[in-house]
Design a protein around this ligand. Structure first.
Ligand SMILES: [Zn+2]
Length: 139
């Protein structure tokens, strides 16, 4: 079992879309990531009727890592919905991309699973070229 399958298997049980109550809906996207130290952390999306409460699975996994260990660097991550691990997986949204990079600029090297079947990945840095924070650091 390679690391990507380990990540997939860690996140898969979290996929069970459900209404927590009349206001909160959760578990319809899941994520597993591997931190710099090698630990695996998971997360699932949490959405509320007021949009600002919404948290994607990627950010929940990141915050799980950070609040549990204090780590900020992510080696690799996978996010997906109900699809079996035979094809295209989810790309992080703009907010998640930005959050990952603000937690550590080294996360530009984070490998993000793009196609599970072929193990094609992309780096976070390739998804955020000319990041505004690099300009800020030069000033
Ligand atoms: Zn997101």
């Amino acid at each position: 079992m390679d690391i990507w399958e380990q990540l997939y298997q860690a996140a898969k049980p979290l996929y069970h879309p459900e209404a927590v109550n009349d206001f909160i809906y959760a578990h319809n996207v899941v994520c597993a990531l591997q931190s710099k130290s090698g630990e695996i952390y998971t997360g699932f999306c949490i959405e509320g009727l007021s949009g600002t409460i919404n948290l994607c699975a990627e950010r929940v996994a990141l915050l799980n890592m950070y609040t549990t260990s204090g780590e900020t660097e992510v080696k690799r991550l996978i996010a997906f919905r109900d699809a079996p691990p035979t094809g295209i997986t989810g790309m992080p949204c703009g907010v998640c991309r930005e959050t990952l990079l603000q937690f550590s600029t080294n996360n530009r090297n984070t490998q993000i699973m793009a196609d599970y079947a072929t193990r094609q990945t992309v780096t976070l840095g390739s998804l955020l070229p000319d990041w505004w924070g690099d300009i800020k650091k030069q000033n």
